[in-house]
Ligand binder design. Structure first.
Ligand code: IPM
Ligand code: MG
Length: 362
């Protein structure tokens, strides 16, 4: 099979982790007889430095011409980077929001898994972490507060800012359908998270989710208010399978869920539209403080590449091979700095990539 993959290395540790993920993909291609054609796309700070804007039309076209996009991370240190002296719509993050919208990537899948080998890194009490957990946050990604009208005005000498939260039923329905379809292949439970005790948009969310649930009688649906969900994530994370929620709540809850695993350097993500196309990136950020030091953990990006093989190319065996390689390297005791623990062997970003490449086989 020929795989056309666009790569957005991006900023900070992005180029290092994407380089390692590509090594792993190349090994997959070699073992399973595929051919990969890569194109490189500039986005975020890297694009600002060259083009003055975080995302160009050409970059969007190049992404559209590919079957899938593999991304590292974008953004820099807001306190020191010149990118943050620019107006908000010219900053690195605007590039990411722009590409999500341009490619209609409305479904963001963020798995948060407690890896048994890394359970010591989980910040929760052992009686909670011992139960283990494997949840998937399904975040709506192209609507809500992120894309509503916003403005800042001055009225009678008082500055006033407005952001609007809008969802129509079709936007809710399409993400709910994806959430239920995925839950059906997992533990068959959807927790729909909203703030229906206050917000109209949440009340509509709840109604539409209930309508969609009727088509998935095998999947159990529960509703949970977002503040309670934030609490339940630290109290009893094992209760969750698929958490289905809107853009802003998903942004916040997915950071919380990833922290609870204790190993954010391990967590992958996929942003999908209605076709097989997807953008795959680690759940963590660009970590500018450790950029260029070859100490970042490439595993989240490698696992994102595995998600790409699975969701965009239907290459399940290949995805399994990548995931198995990660498990094997961890079992053998290899750790990057962020997941290091006593008795393990600390390796660099490049070394981890090499160890994974060695362990990918048919
Ligand atoms: C994320 C990030 C982005 C978001 C930022 C960088 C705009 O936090 O992917 O979760 O808020 O969506
Ligand atoms: Mg976020």
């Amino acid at each position: 099979m020929k795989l056309k993959i666009a790569c957005i290395a991006g900023d900070g540790i992005g180029p290092e982790i994407v380089r390692e993920a590509r090594k792993v993909l190349d090994k997959v291609a070699q073992c399973f007889g595929h051919e990969i054609e890569y194109t490189d796309i500039l986005m975020g700070g890297a694009s600002i430095d060259v083009h003055g804007v975080p995302l160009t039309e050409e970059a969007v076209s190049a992404a559209k011409a590919a079957d899938a996009v593999l991304m590292g991370s974008i953004g820099g240190d807001a306190a020191t980077s010149p990118w943050y002296k620019l107006s908000p719509e010219r900053r690195p993050e605007a590039g990411l929001l722009g590409i999500r919208k341009a490619l209609n990537l409305f479904a963001n899948l963020r798995p948060a898994i407690l890896y048994p080998e890394l359970s010591g890194a989980c910040p929760l009490k052992t009686e909670i972490s011992d139960k283990g957990f494997d949840m998937l946050i399904m975040r709506e990604l192209t609507g809500g507060l992120y894309f509503g009208e916003r403005k800042t005005v001055e009225e009678n000498g008082v500055r006033k800012a407005t952001d609007t939260l809008v969802y129509d039923e079709n936007e809710i329905r399409r993400i709910a359908v994806k959430g239920f379809a995925i839950a059906q292949k997992r533990k068959k439970k959807v927790t729909s998270v909203d703030k229906a005790n206050v917000l109209d948009s949440s009340r509509l969310w709840r109604n539409v989710v209930e309508e969609v649930a009727k088509d998935y009688p095998e999947v159990a649906l529960e509703h949970m208010l977002v503040d309670n969900c934030a609490m339940q994530l630290v109290k009893d994370p094992a209760q969750f399978d698929v958490i289905l929620t809107e853009n802003m709540f998903g942004d916040i809850l997915s950071d919380e869920a990833s922290m609870v695993t204790g190993s954010i350097g391990m967590l992958a993500s996929a942003s999908l539209n209605d076709t097989k196309f997807g953008l795959y990136e680690p759940s963590h950020g660009s970590a500018p403080d450790i950029a260029g030091k070859d100490i970042a953990n490439p595993i989240a990006t490698v696992l994102s590449a595995a998600m790409m093989l699975r969701y965009s190319f239907d290459l399940d065996k290949e995805a399994d091979a990548v995931e198995a390689a990660v498990q094997e390297a961890l079992k053998a005791g290899y750790r990057t700095a962020d997941i290091m623990s006593e008795g393990c062997r600390r390796v660099s970003c490049t070394e981890m990539g090499d160890l994974l490449v060695e362990r990918v086989h048919k």
